[in-house]
Design a protein around this ligand. Structure first.
Ligand code: BES
Ligand code: MN
Ligand code: ZN
Length: 490
């Protein structure tokens, strides 16, 4: 399938199906559209009236054209209110069009959507991203997939000009999102610490990044007792992945992205009970998956910043060697942790990863983690929690996320709640009281970042979607690769 931009307006475009976007309560057929309607034998106006189409967000309808024009189908998409219409909304509209066109077995599709930011290339990029993300399907684990072949052959973005560059850019970003989706969707018997390291190695090789994989002994030498405490019960070796993108010339800034990479989380000896969603815990490397996805995209986009991608990968299992509730671990910054709950393992792995990241002397660190169920309780499935120590960095991430159409909500770094993590015997416990559980998790992580500007993203909700929505299909979403990419490019 090919996506390309064209100068043709809807009036002069010819192909299988034409898709038109309308803002809410702005569905009058005048000017060029009136001429188009005439060409289509009045189908446009009839469809609007019969379907009671008003342009509300998510509204969509399609009909067959009877008149003798090569255009056989018309698709209408509601864009919602014109105020506050952003790139994210455009991507979602493009995704809805692509899904509908696929269902309608359209081969050549023309898409007419409004400009965002009065910028044709940003518009084309957002539309192309939406299309490609919506059409991605993961058939790796099906022996006889239902929809092996895609009917769509050509998609033209109308009235935007060529836009080859913007569409190529979208493909690079999407390749990273898809990598993240596929890593999250693959089960824990496929994606292990070993295969995550192999994936990172492949990215390094394909795009010329430098890579360092620390084995268990290397981690022991660095004193990563916290990470290794979690890894202890697994039959598989832990891998501490450090992938680096170096720009040409002197880097404009140095950044680190640290992703929680638990390829499976059984809970350890505080094992997850019935109804805990243990069978979904293959997604507990969602942070690491997005880290590698961002690496893949960034390696192709070649920004001016140096970027370090860090994944302390392992699984949280049970065995005779498992860490016990009550064990005391020592992290690589010398701090001791009383593990009062082995199911709060993500923060233990991140502790050593954050210490490692800070030692690199970067200007900013962003960690992303499927860290707490409490964050899902607070913000639901679609919104990630954001905590930070630096206003500038927080603002950068917020802007990046708005442009990506990925939602975050800033949460309080309430120092007083650290009292809940006080241990009578060690420097801290790894869990506090049930209430404010995502905040104490953030405060725990904060003990492992001394002075570097840092943002923590709790992505437990949005890495997975139960049903398709916006650019997400049901299943793994690839959240928040596009936010990370926008931030680094920013
Ligand atoms: N991986 C989980 C968090 C999670 C829960 C992610 C649901 C996605 C969906 C994490 O390791 C965990 O188990 N957290 C515990 C912390 C508790 C023991 C303090 C939780 O949220 O229950
Ligand atoms: Mn856990
Ligand atoms: Zn976990």
């Amino acid at each position: 399938m090919q996506i390309r931009g064209t100068d043709h307006s809807p009036l002069h475009w010819l192909g299988d199906a034409i898709a038109l976007g309308f803002f809410e309560n702005a569905v009058e057929i005048t000017g060029d559209l009136a001429q188009l309607d005439e060409k289509l034998g009045g189908t446009l106006q009839e469809l609007i009236t019969e379907a009671e189409f008003t342009g509300k967000t998510g509204q969509k309808c399609v009909t067959r054209v009877g008149s003798n024009t090569p255009i056989r189908k018309v698709i209408l998409i509601g864009l919602g209110k014109i105020e506050g219409f952003k790139r994210g909304n455009l991507g979602a509209a493009a995704a809805a069009i692509a899904r509908l066109a696929k269902k309608e077995k359209v081969k050549t599709l023309g898409i007419n959507l409004p400009l965002v930011e009065q910028n044709a290339s940003k518009t084309a990029e957002a539309i192309a991203e939406g299309i490609l993300l919506a059409l991605h399907q993961d058939n790796r684990f099906k022996s006889d997939p239902e929809d092996k072949t895609l009917p769509l052959e050509t998609i033209e973005l109308l009235a935007l000009g060529k836009q080859n560059e913007a569409i190529a850019q979208a493909k690079k970003v999407v390749s990273g999102v898809i990598l993240a989706r596929e890593l999250v969707a693959a089960p824990a018997n496929e994606v292990t610490a070993i295969t995550m390291a192999e994936t990172a190695q492949a990215i390094a090789q394909d795009y010329g990044l430098s890579i360092e994989i620390l084995e268990q002994e290397d981690c022991e030498k660095l004193g990563m007792g916290s990470f290794l405490g979690v890894a202890r019960a697994s039959e598989l070796p832990p891998k501490f992945i450090h992938l680096t993108y170096h720009p040409e010339g002197t880097p404009s800034r140095k950044l680190a992205i640290v992703g929680k990479s638990l390829t499976f989380d059984s809970g350890g000896l505080n094992i997850k009970g019935v109804g805990s969603g243990i069978e979904t815990m293959k997604m507990d490397m969602g942070g690491g998956a997005a880290t590698l996805g961002a690496a893949k995209a960034i390696a192709q986009l070649k920004p001016s910043a140096e970027v370090h991608f860090i994944c302390a990968a392992t699984e949280n299992m049970i065995s005779g060697r498992a860490m016990r509730p009550g064990d005391i671990l020592k992290a690589s910054n010398g701090k001791t942790i009383e593990v009062n709950n082995t199911d709060a393992e993500g923060r233990l792995t991140l502790a050593d990863a954050l210490v490692f990241a800070e030692k690199l002397g970067v200007d900013a660190i962003v960690d992303l983690a499927t860290l707490t169920g409490a964050c899902i309780v607070a913000l639901g499935d679609d919104i990630a929690g954001l905590w930070g120590t630096d206003e500038t960095l927080i603002a950068q991430i917020k802007t990046a996320s708005e442009n990506a159409g990925e939602k975050f909500w800033e949460m309080p770094m309430e120092e007083k709640y650290f009292e809940g993590l006080k241990s009578p015997i060690a420097d801290m416990k790894n869990t506090g009281p049930r209430s404010g559980g995502s905040i104490t998790a953030a405060l725990f992580l904060k003990q492992f970042v001394e002075k570097t500007p840092w943002v923590h993203l709790d992505v437990a909700g949005p890495v997975w979607a139960d049903k398709e929505s916006g650019v997400n299909n049901s299943g793994a979403t690839g959240f928040p690769v596009r936010t990370l990419v926008n931030w680094v490019l920013g």
